[in-house]
Design a protein around this ligand. Structure first.
Ligand code: TYD
Ligand code: MG
Length: 453
């Protein structure tokens, strides 16, 4: 039998190598490589036994204590956080410029201060005068316990949090803080990380919750919120299209609660307001009886959301036909146009095609494929779908329909919203809700026929 190869392990970093050398090639430590012969050498034993063992507990008999949450006095934030903010926690609110981060935080700042809590708004992104103007648009008179700190030095912000121990501190934004501890301009990677670390330490130490605003830019994400995800307890994203009315607030990471809660918000003259019944709001203004419109159902978090998908096709001028998509995937649109032409005899390849998800909602989800394809087919053939018919399903390159997740939840929502017929892929399981006529198809061609297209 061949003797197994000797493996050496570095006692510093655990890197393994089959060649002994005086220095670990991974961590650079000298004299740390030991032969891993199955038994522990002295150095290893010493390292493992250096700490005191902890107490393991059974989940069956022990109920771990949950962190106590305090309401933000804003339903959308509370919903997404699973109750509110935890003392000493650091939450990152990320989103593109202009999406409404400062607005929603101004709203919670006002509401919390009105309840008597000391709230400190650290200004850096905008001047205190600009923040003041926004606050006054949202409430007058402003509560007396709403303070601002015009400061960009992270150490000063941290020290202020430790001294004042506010009920909430808002840092707008983390990219504007800097610290002399590291080099570089405010907003660069090291500055953002070091500044956030200082503020986080102060928050933990003072049991004071902090919300950091993180600007996300489409092109340059380098010094953006991603670098902070590991440092903070919670990451919230405010998403949407700033030209449109709706915003989606969701948790991407959350140490204290669920990450599958989302809230739909609408930008109004009174700030961001929660949409209580998203499906009915999103379908309210839909174009009935017009060719090129189809209703589908998304799952956001774990909730269903009905959405209108629209398409418009017109003869292309010279050159490459235009493909424009908002809220739906442009490459998916191209793929569906090819599948429609090859597998279902609907040719829009020589046409300019525009497609969108109404309301600026992000519907880049394969479960809306069939609705998008039906909207395009309707637009090309100038046939309007029955307004009480809804459609969902993913389409494969062969024109085959693929099942989507949580069909029961989607069907229930469609029934609740008064839909009568649903065209969808062959169902995996489950009984459809009463009053809903389910038409199952296994190909795009078959689905279009069921829809009268
Ligand atoms: P803002 O909160 O400044 O965005 P961010 O901090 O994410 O960069 O919001 C910007 C938009 O919101 C701006 O175009 C104005 C609009 N807005 C309203 O429509 N209603 C309001 O009550 C407020 C305060 C802002
Ligand atoms: Mg802002």
């Amino acid at each position: 039998m061949k003797k197994p190869e000797t493996i050496y392990t570095c006692v510093k970093c655990d890197a393994q190598t089959s060649k002994w050398s005086g220095r670990c090639l991974e961590c650079g430590a000298w004299g740390g490589l030991r032969e891993a012969d199955g038994t522990q050498n002295d150095a290893e034993t010493e390292r493992i036994s250096a700490g005191k063992p902890g107490q393991i507990k059974s989940f069956q008999t022990e109920t771990p204590t949950r962190a106590e949450m305090k309401s933000t006095r804003l339903k959308a934030l509370d919903d997404v956080l699973g109750g509110g903010l935890v003392d000493g926690s650091v939450t990152l609110l990320a989103g593109e410029p202009g999406i409404g981060k400062s607005t929603i935080l101004a709203q919670t700042a006002i509401a919390l201060a009105a309840s008597g809590l000391k709230v400190v708004y650290v200004t850096g992104e905008e001047s205190p005068a600009q923040i003041h103007r926004r606050l006054e648009r949202l409430a007058t008179p402003l509560p007396s316990s709403l303070f601002f700190l015009d400061e960009t030095d992270a150490g000063t912000v941290a020290a202020t949090i430790s001294k004042e121990q506010p009920g909430l501190t808002i840092v707008d934004s983390i990219q504007t803080l800097r610290t002399a501890e590291v080099g570089g301009e405010p907003g660069n990677l090291n500055q953002v990380k070091a500044s956030a670390a200082l503020v986080t330490e102060a928050a933990k130490y003072s049991h004071a919750p902090v919300i950091l605003v993180g600007q996300v830019t489409k092109d340059n994400e380098v010094a953006g919120p991603r670098v902070l995800e590991h440092l903070v307890d919670t990451v919230l994203y405010l998403e949407g299209d700033r030209q449109h009315r709706y915003r989606m607030l969701r948790a991407l990471k959350h140490r204290f609660g669920p990450t599958d809660e989302v809230a739909l918000l609408a930008m109004t003259e009174r700030g961001l307001e929660i949409v209580e019944d998203p499906s009915s709001e999103l379908l309210r203004d839909r174009a009935m009886g017009i060719a090129g419109s189809a209703v589908s159902c998304l799952i956001e978090g774990h909730r269903p959301l009905l959405i209108e998908i629209q398409a418009l096709a017109s003869p292309a001028g010279y050159g490459t036909p235009i493909r424009r998509a908002t809220g739906v995937d442009t490459s998916r649109l191209g793929m569906l146009l090819a599948v429609l032409a090859r597998r279902a005899g609907v040719n829009a390849l020589d046409k300019d095609v525009y497609a969108n998800a109404a309301g600026g909602i992000d519907a880049r989800d394969p479960s809306v494929d069939l609705a998008l394809a039906a909207a395009i087919a309707g637009a090309v053939k100038n046939v309007a779908l029955d307004p009480r018919t809804a459609i969902f399903g993913e389409i494969g390159l062969g024109g085959e329909l693929r099942p989507v997740s949580m069909p029961e939840i989607r069907l229930k929502e469609l029934a609740r919203m008064g839909f009568k017929t649903v065209v969808m892929p062959k169902r995996q399981s489950g009984k459809p809700p009463a009053g809903l006529d389910i038409k199952e198809a296994s190909t795009l061609d078959e689905a279009l026929r069921l829809l009268g297209l």
